[in-house]
Structure formats: structure tokens, C-alpha cells
Design a protein around this ligand. Structure first.
Ligand SMILES: Nc1ncnc2c1ncn2[C@@H]1O[C@H](COP(=O)(O)OP(=O)(O)OP(=O)(O)O)[C@@H](O)[C@H]1O
Ligand SMILES: [Mg+2]
Ligand SMILES: [Zn+2]
Length: 265
């Protein structure tokens, strides 16, 4: 092997999962900035796949801002045995692991530095007994920092879904996430636009409170699929606060389901 070959060979940081986990597909959910709806879109895709008959888990990789347990109404402590820790099962059967299920006090902030946070995410892979799963969704913190990097390097990610909103600097943000995925040899499954529009509850008129969408143009330029455009949902807060996110009715992610079903190893 020549020196050039050596340089071109990327180091492999992949780590083995728990011996009692058998996970067919790992899907990352990312965004350029906070609050655009990653966790909501993660739960929406997860519950659609559950309804389609698949075994589904969610790894909440947002260590400093975990939101999945609350949306699903699950609480710790997660139980374990000598081989690892079990995820907590939501009412619809979704298996969930989040830092909040391991803390003694859910309201205690996590004040760890980057490497420790990244270590915790790796442990969600190595130490959690996921059992048999068809799809494990990884809900990321916003941006392209330590955690997405760790997940992309350490876990066998099949592909990522990029979530944006119309008021985002969509083009730049989608391209950043897209470029990061490319650098790590990870496939982008497509983009989901959240807060795309609002249907007036009285007359059904479509309003665009966050402005016109540019997602189609950006997706076309990058040869990406638009997996869905989700409306501002007036019922969302109530369902999420009640911990029943899985009961939300979602009509706008058919394309996402189709793409997820068609992933081949
Ligand atoms: N389509 C929607 N309609 C109404 N409310 C929504 C919608 N999507 C998300 N929300 C609300 O917006 C807030 C942010 O959503 P979410 O937590 O999914 O975003 P996020 O990108 O995961 O945020 P973070 O960057 O903090 O992880 C939540 O309080 C959620 O209830
Ligand atoms: Mg989130
Ligand atoms: Zn109206």
C-alpha cells in the first residue's frame, strides 16, 4: 500500500452495539438550528413506522435538551441487568432511551463538556439492550457539533433526515448538513419542512406565517427528496404536553415512510 493509499484511507471509529441489540436500520434526524422540529419529526416518523407494523426505537441524543421522554409520557428510572440497561417502552411500544430516563431527577440540568456528552451518546449504543428493532431513530441536538459527529462516526447510520423551517436560511443550512453527511459518507434520505403552512381552523385557507418555502428549489439543486411539509399544528402542544405524541394524526409524511421502507442494507 502506498503512502497516498494510506492517507486516503479514512480511520474507522465504528463501535459495536450491545450484544443483545439487533437493529436493522439507524436513521439520524438533524437540523441546522434549534427549535425547527427535529424531535417532533422524529416522533412523527417513529409513530408512522410503528403503525406500519415495524419495531421502532428512539435514541435521544440530545443530552442537554432531551425532549422525547416528555412527548411520549415515559419516565425513569430505566432498569438494567449485568448486560446493560433496557430502554423504556412507550404506550405504543416505541422503545426510548434518553438521559432523562437515567437521571435521578428529570429537572436536573446536564452540565457536561462535549467529550462527556459524546461519551454518553456512545453508551446509548453500547450499553442499551435495544433487542430487535427494525428502525432506530436518533434525535440529534441542533447543528453540526460533537454529537452528530460522534453519531456519524460511531454508529452504523443508514441515512439522515434534515429538518428545516421556512424562515431558516434554508439553502445554507440544508447544504451544511448535506455536506457534513457527505464528508462522513452518510446518505441523506431527504428533507422535511416543518411549520410549512397553517390551515385556518375556520375556513381552511392556507396561510404562510413564516413566508414562502424554498425547500423545493434547494432539494432539487442537491438532488434530494422532499419527504414532507408539515403544517403548524394547533393541537400539537396539547398532545405533546399530555405525553401522547404517538396519537397525533400525521398525513404529510407518506414520502418519508416510503423512503424508510425502501432502505436496503
Ligand atoms: N408542526 C408543529 N406545530 C406546532 N408546534 C410544533 C410543531 N413542530 C414543533 N412544534 C413545537 O415547537 C417546539 C419545538 O419543537 P421540537 O422540540 O420538535 O424542535 P427541535 O428542533 O427538536 O428543538 P431542539 O433544537 O430544542 O431539539 C416544541 O415545543 C413543539 O411542541
Ligand atoms: Mg429536539
Ligand atoms: Zn379563515
Amino acid at each position: 500500500m502506498s503512502f497516498e493509499d494510506l492517507k486516503a484511507k479514512k480511520p474507522d471509529f465504528h463501535i459495536d452495539g450491545n450484544p443483545e441489540s439487533n437493529i436493522k436500520h439507524v436513521i439520524g434526524v438533524v437540523s441546522g438550528k434549534g427549535g425547527v422540529g427535529k424531535s417532533s419529526v422524529t416522533s412523527a416518523m417513529a409513530s408512522l413506522m410503528v403503525k406500519a407494523g415495524y419495531k421502532v426505537g428512539i435514541l435521544d441524543a440530545d443530552i442537554t435538551g432531551p425532549s422525547i421522554p416528555k412527548m411520549y409520557g415515559v419516565h425513569g428510572p430505566a432498569l438494567g441487568n449485568e448486560n446493560g440497561t433496557f430502554p423504556v417502552e412507550a404506550e405504543d411500544g416505541t422503545k426510548i432511551m434518553s438521559i432523562n430516563l437515567l437521571l435521578d431527577d428529570e429537572e436536573q440540568p446536564v452540565v457536561w463538556r462535549g467529550p462527556v456528552i459524546a461519551g454518553a451518546v456512545k453508551q446509548f449504543w453500547t450499553d442499551i439492550i435495544w433487542g430487535d428493532l427494525d428502525y432506530l431513530f436518533v434525535d440529534m441536538p441542533p447543528g453540526t457539533g460533537d454529537v452528530p459527529l460522534t453519531v456519524f462516526q460511531s454508529l452504523p447510520v443508514d441515512g439522515i433526515v434534515i429538518v428545516t423551517s421556512p424562515q431558516d436560511l434554508v439553502s445554507m443550512i440544508v447544504k451544511k448538513a448535506y455536506n457534513m453527511a457527505n464528508m462522513m459518507d452518510i446518505k441523506v434520505l431527504g428533507v422535511v419542512e416543518n411549520y410549512s403552512y397553517l390551515a385556518c381552523p375556520d375556513c381552511g385557507k392556507i396561510l404562510k406565517p413564516f413566508g414562502e418555502s424554498h425547500i423545493d428549489e434547494v432539494a432539487k439543486e442537491l438532488h434530494l427528496e422532499v419527504l414532507g411539509k408539515l403544517p403548524l399544528d394547533p393541537e400539537f402542544a396539547a398532545i405533546a404536553d399530555a405525553g401522547k405524541i404517538y396519537s397525533r394524526e400525521i398525513k404529510d409524511l407518506d414520502k418519508a415512510v416510503e423512503v424508510l421502507k425502501s432502505i436496503e442494507k
